[in-house]
Write a protein that binds this ligand. Structure first.
Ligand SMILES: CCCCCCCCCCCCCCCCCCCCCC(=O)SCCNC(=O)CCNC(=O)[C@H](O)C(C)(C)COP(=O)(O)OP(=O)(O)OC[C@H]1O[C@@H](n2cnc3c(N)ncnc32)[C@H](O)[C@@H]1OP(=O)(O)O
Ligand SMILES: Cc1cc2nc3c(=O)[nH]c(=O)nc-3n(C[C@H](O)[C@H](O)[C@H](O)COP(=O)(O)OP(=O)(O)OC[C@H]3O[C@@H](n4cnc5c(N)ncnc54)[C@H](O)[C@@H]3O)c2cc1C
Length: 654
């Protein structure tokens, strides 16, 4: 490609990189159009330009040199500044545009209104009835109030049925009484709940007439709208520093006989009438809609984090010279080593594959949302299975890729000057939040087992599991076009995924037949089931990548994407071919085996790893000692966020 067509070329750049860019066989802008979609790619360029022109939106110093308080203040300052410009820069209803703005201005370390956008608003959209939307959603969108999503507790995050926070209906007063009855029932982790938010959607177990009705969502005011001081009957604070993401004030919350009006329960689906009559939702899991929303968006976010790490390491590998391939010549760029290429390139292919899969999961979410609005609940289960698998596979593999990218930078990769540490820390958080990965794999596993049962009953499952019914036939998941050369790869992929899924299903059946309870039989097969889910998801990603590449019109871009697809399919096939061992005998000795390392508490520096096992009370002590808890209202909040909200309210009254 001639040099002038490569948009990344700039005068004055390091000649090592210029030399690389001159070799491009395609136009980088056109490939960006494919990666992001052409609209978003264009908008990202415009957004970047707009930010360049507003100096107050730039970092005041590198984030790794800031203390936690400075980071929190910096993020609040930028949010306040952005609130004045945001509607000129982005379409606020477009999640991916807004997210791009966030990444460019504030970055990945978190900010005071992340959860407000990521979950508070989506939960109101999905679970509040029209009257409630008028009361809270409009105010939330105008940022008159800042909210979060408070579900996880100190003792339970995964098993939502065992949440201990209670909301007991008091018929006389037509109120719910919210309580955190135990230490383990404290809400723990919700983003921005510690210091920034003044409202939260609190997930609590509903009790009417002593009957437990499961987790439901309640709107709770945490802080006074004018003074920002904590409301009565509420104890709230920051949970302390984390592996990364430290501009965010993840928080704890204790509720003590807090009374809220009946209409503070979100009632689009489940309802409680004045006399205490309970009306069930049309689908039991509609209350989980905000989680499915985030999971469907996490795929593109993690593709992006992987892309950050890989672009850092690939560029660096081209300016770093070290060692010789031919001793008679100059030292080579480290990218020339076969091992360096092998370390980086399959992850580059994955970053593309993940981005395309993420676009697809967002598209599917939008389709489900529209069909739900039309009263159809059928697509909920399919989307839950798809997003559970994608969320788990992509966050895990992205984490692996980021770590490889860090190692590819040698010693400098370990300096925060590379920022790899933060990217990794933020990336791997996604393995845990929005559903621990191995648990989400099991959710997809349930769906696959059902599909196998229907195949065995002679039915033909449709959609992403259709291939399960096609043993020995030509591939079925996608329509490989003749002479494309990838049909064999896809067939092999399908074969491995199908074999594993049937193997897991047969093993499950065997355990059930042997008289074990369903739950025990299930637990005995979860390693096999999770392998099946992993293979199914990786098959989906590969097929989606294949289909996406076939749609590309620009021949030069299509050619380079085909090179990546080829690498991806080969690499993934080799990677999935080996599946590991089981280790049941270790279980009884597990703690004694680690005790034998004799690592002292001082050496560990870990509350979770204490020798005495008194974890929960010490986590609470740890949190109380957070710097951010020294003031109830942070000075930076008074300076930035409070004026922002007060101003928004004033404007809306005008
Ligand atoms: C002004 C400037 C502005 C600037 C602008 C800037 C703006 C932009 C800013 C944007 C910044 C963004 C930054 C992002 C940062 C993100 C931060 C991190 C957020 C992290 C948040 C969180 O971390 S928030 C908590 C998530 N916490 C979980 O994730 C719990 C997992 N735990 C479960 O989710 C359940 O516990 C679990 C396991 C399913 C079992 O649930 P369970 O026990 O109830 O159910 P069972 O397993 O018994 O299943 C019974 C049947 O239900 C089916 N089913 C289950 N779930 C279903 C579902 N959802 N949909 C359909 N069906 C479902 C299942 O498939 C079964 O179906 P079947 O019976 O047919 O097989
Ligand atoms: C950065 C970050 C931000 C967060 N933000 C929020 C937020 O805004 N709001 C909020 O409500 N929460 C938030 N969380 C909490 C998060 O959603 C939970 O931590 C997550 O859902 C995992 O639950 P857990 O901590 O209970 O893990 P656990 O369930 O205790 O996981 C521990 C281990 O047990 C295993 N395990 C658990 N159950 C099973 C099972 N049934 N079968 C097999 N294995 C099992 C897991 O696989 C894992 O290996 C956040 C967490 C993080 C890290």
């Amino acid at each position: 490609m001639s040099a002038h067509l490569n948009a990344a070329l700039r005068e004055g750049d390091n000649p090592e990189l210029t030399e690389e860019r001159r070799k491009a066989t395609f136009d980088t802008r056109k490939l960006a159009d494919e990666f992001f979609g052409s609209h978003l790619a264009r908008r990202r360029r415009e957004i970047a330009k707009a930010i360049d022109a507003i100096p107050e939106l730039h970092d005041t110093k590198p984030l790794p040199f800031m203390t936690r308080e400075e980071k929190v203040e910096e993020a609040a300052r930028k949010v306040f500044t952005l609130s004045k410009h945001i509607t000129d820069i982005v379409d606020l209803s477009n999640n991916r545009e807004t997210q791009s703005l966030n990444e460019m201005v504030i970055g990945i370390e978190g900010m005071p209104i992340s959860l407000h956008f990521a979950m508070f608003i989506p939960a109101l959209q999905g679970q509040a009835d029209d009257e409630q939307k008028r009361e809270w959603l409009d105010r939330a969108i105008r940022m008159e109030i800042i909210g979060t999503y408070a579900q996880t507790e100190l003792g339970h995050g995964t098993n939502l049925r065992m949440l201990e926070t209670t909301a007991t209906y008091d018929k006389q007063n037509k109120e719910f009484i919210l309580n955190s009855p135990t230490l383990t029932s404290l809400k723990w982790w919700p983003g921005n709940m510690g210091k920034s938010c003044n409202y939260a959607i609190v997930v609590a177990n509903l009790i009417i007439d002593d009957k437990l009705l499961g987790p439901h969502s309640f709107m709770v005011q945490l802080r006074d709208e004018n003074s920002h001081e904590t409301m009565p009957n509420i104890q709230i604070g920051d949970i302390g520093p984390k592996m990364a993401y430290n501009s965010s004030d993840n928080g704890f919350l204790k509720l003590s006989n807090l009374r809220i009006p009946r209409r503070n329960m979100l009632m689009k689906h489940a309802k409680v009438q004045e006399d205490g009559t309970y009306k069930k939702p049309p689908h039991e899991k509609l209350a989980y809609s905000a989680m499915v929303h985030v999971r469907s968006h996490m795929i593109t976010q993690h593709a992006m984090l992987l892309a950050y790490a890989l672009s850092i390491s690939t560029r660096y590998s081209c300016i770093r010279r070290q060692g010789y391939i031919d001793p008679k010549k100059d030292e080579v760029k480290v990218i020339e080593y076969q091992t360096q290429q092998h370390r980086l390139f399959p992850h580059i292919a994955r970053a593309y594959a993940f981005a395309f899969a993420g676009t697809e999961s967002i598209r599917k979410f939008e389709i489900m949302k529209r069909s739900l609005e039309a009263g159809n609940i059928e697509l909920i289960a399919d989307l839950h299975a798809l997003t559970s698998g994608l969320k788990a596979v992509v966050t895990y593999l992205a984490g692996q890729g980021i770590e490889q990218a860090r190692q590819a930078c040698g010693g400098h990769g370990y300096s925060m000057a590379s920022y790899m540490g933060e990217i990794y820390g933020v990336g791997i958080a996604g393995c845990t939040y929005e559903g621990e990965n191995l648990v989400m794999m099991q959710q997809l596993g349930r769906y696959l087992i059902k599909a196998v049962k229907s195949v065995k009953e002679g039915k033909k499952p449709t959609g992403y599991v259709a291939y399960l019914a096609h043993a020995g036939q030509r591939h079925s998941l996608i329509d490989c076009r003749p002479n494309e050369g990838y049909a064999e790869h896809i067939r092999a992929f399908e074969h491995i995924a199908r074999r594993q899924t049937f193997r897991a299903a047969e093993r499950l059946q065997k355990y059930e037949n042997s008289g074990l309870s369903t739950e025990q039989a299930w637990n005995n097969c979860t390693v096999e089931l999770n392998r099946a889910s992993r293979l199914h998801t990786r098959l989906f990603i590969a097929c989606n990548f294949y289909e996406r590449v076939l749609d590309v019109e620009d021949m030069a871009v299509r050619e380079v994407l085909e090179d990546l697809l080829h690498l991806h399919l080969n690499y993934e096939l080799i990677d999935i071919a080996s599946y590991a061992l089981e280790a049941k005998k270790i279980r009884p000795n597990a703690v004694s085996l680690v005790d034998s390392w004799e690592i002292t508490d001082r050496e560990h520096r870990s509350v979770l790893g204490r020798r005495d096992g008194h974890v929960y009370e010490n986590l609470f002590k740890w949190a109380k000692s957070s710097d951010l808890n020294q003031n109830d209202v942070l000075p930076s909040h008074k300076k930035h966020l409070l004026p922002m909200m007060l101003n928004a309210r004033k404007q809306s009254k005008l």
